[in-house]
Design a protein around this ligand. Structure first.
Ligand code: 3HC
Length: 311
């Protein structure tokens, strides 16, 4: 019996079939997916904070409307992903408790501050651009609910990336001060965006297993390289310089060579010592506490509704 279900699972993964919530799956497959989907959802929710910082200070009504739509999308991505995680037998409450207690992560990228309006453009172009590079392959993930959530989310990420690119284009075609502001934002967001793809392959504790289960379809370094190759021509079109003096085209590799990433900085941010870690978690916990009455009211309403309809 045990061998049969394991064999059926292995055959389904080998045949690129989807594993669905009711299918048998190894406990470690389940826990890996809960870990990754939960941290993905946490990233979406925490990721609302850096950009929300500029909603009240957007330079025009048009820019304000675009930014509000994007931040609302991120909230929706978070709820979508918590929903996908719940199909694995966990609950959003449990996952949020782990986030608030520092027992689950969110993407390192959101621990950096958004110092100027140009940061909103750099985040759209680079951070959402990196997210797309990482998430398109996840549309082919072996776990059905996660793969399907990614299809919808990738469509919205494309809007996020385009609006950021267009925002930067407006600045680089503007005054000298606006061009300098765009360049400063790219200087600050470029290397942390490369870190979003995770540690180097030889230091990635989960990649081998995640790739065997077809959760991860390409390695961290492969997707990082793909992202660099996409960004170099875009930076040229924008008229900004990527802050890497070692960036150069490598004819035989057919890719852009780039400089060393500061993995010590990455490890420090993951340990909680990034510029904004404290502030992000504090604001998240406060928002959760301030929202308790809404959850209680909704639960009370649902209970009353069930009671009246039960009779
Ligand atoms: N930030 C924080 N933690 C990171 C990280 C990062 N950028 N990169 C890796 N880690 C963590 C991993 O979670 C793991 O720690 P854990 O065991 O406590 O979970 C450890 O570092 C080792 O890394 P691995 O490469 O072995 O881990 P994974 O196989 O999980 O690969 C990943 C990391 C590529 C981020 C993968 O988890 C993944 O593809 N996740 C889904 C995508 C995602 O979470 N994206 C968040 C980006 S933000 C976003 O999408 C919002 C958008 O609106 C911009």
């Amino acid at each position: 019996e045990a061998e049969d279900v394991q064999a059926a699972f292995d055959a389904a993964v080998a045949a690129d079939e989807r594993i669905e919530p009711r299918d048998w799956m190894p406990d470690t497959y389940r826990s890996t997916l809960v870990r990754q989907i939960a941290q993905h959802a946490h990233s979406e929710i925490i990721g609302m904070q850096p950009e929300a910082n500029w909603i009240t200070r957007a330079p025009s009504l048009r820019r304000k409307a675009i930014l509000m739509a994007k931040v609302q999308d991120e909230a929706g991505h978070g709820l979508y992903l918590y929903g996908a995680a719940e199909t694995l037998g966990t609950s959003r409450d449990e996952l949020l408790d782990k986030l608030h207690a520092g027992r689950q992560k969110y993407s390192s990228i959101f621990n950096y501050p958004t110092l100027t309006w140009a940061d909103v453009g750099a985040i759209g172009w680079l951070v959402d651009g990196a997210a797309i590079t990482n998430q398109v392959p996840l549309c082919r993930c072996s776990y059905g609910p996660y793969a399907r959530a990614m299809v919808r989310i990738c469509k919205e990420e494309s809007f996020h990336q385009r609006q950021g690119y267009e925002l930067l284009l407006a600045l680089t075609r503007g005054t000298e001060a606006q061009r300098a502001m765009a360049q400063d934002a790219v200087d600050r967001w470029w290397w942390p965006s490369l870190m979003m793809f995770g540690p180097p392959d030889d230091e990635s504790s989960h990649s081998a297993q995640s790739m065997a289960w077809k959760i991860k379809r390409h390695s961290n370094d492969e997707l990082r390289q793909r992202f660099v190759d996409i960004c170099v021509p875009q930076a040229e079109a924008l008229g900004v310089t990527l802050p890497d003096p070692e960036l150069r085209w490598n004819e035989e590799r057919g890719h852009w060579d780039f400089g060393a990433i500061d993995w010590q900085e990455f490890r420090e941010v993951l340990k909680g010592n990034g510029p904004c870690n404290e502030q992000r978690l504090h604001r998240r916990r406060t928002a959760h506490e301030n929202g308790a009455w809404v959850r209680e009211a909704a639960a009370a309403h649902a209970a009353k509704h069930t009671a009246t309809h039960a009779t």
